[in-house]
Design a protein around this ligand. Sequence first.
Ligand code: ZN
Length: 240
Amino acid sequence: MGWKKEKKQVNVSDFHQRQAIPLRFMRLIPTFCCNFDPEMEKQGLTMPFIGQETTWQRLLADLQVDRVPHALMLCGPEGSGKLALAVAFAQTLLCQHPREDGSACGECASCKMAAKLEHPDLHFTFPIVKGSRIKTPEGAVSDVYIKEWRARVLESPYFDLNDWLEDMGAANQQATYYVAESDNIQRKLALKSNQGGRKVMVVWLPEKMNQETANKLLKLFEEPPAGTHFHFKFKFFFIF
Ligand SMILES: [Zn+2]
């Protein structure tokens, strides 16, 4: 497993000042670096995270009283398992037959689809490069690289931007969120939930958004499209 030691502290407040995404909409869930324990696997979860027990219990407690905020920011040092935790919690939110403690059953159709990262109500958005696959500005969306993304996350959710650039065949290039991605997010938000339950979008490294993309996303938060039950059904996880 590509477990990495802490490299740097992510400066979250920087993001808020620069991108103006208001903190009031989000609950900050800090994650902490902890020692790698290969024996530790969560039953039923196909994306076991390492440690993070306190954060996990907090999330489950929120879920049990139906108070999971519509946007969660998972912030912590590189290697602390934010993405693994986000995917595990997404699976939990989408599970059709959760256990008594609120955790995912690991066996229902939703859990199985989430395990392959192929659940139609589980969306991912991440920075990309404009490679040869992208022919038009409108086509510059992360879905273009979804196959590589799934393969990478399934191999190990402990990776960094450089690993991801390599997967895109774009080592040493700059990855970003193009403006088309905010339209793409909006489109996904407007879609009806495929399975009739919640929808989850995992936003990996939102600090890579440029001003224009971030502003469009901010507008989505402030003026959610009618009929989306935004606060109840759609959950955003921002992974810093
Ligand atoms: Zn399940």
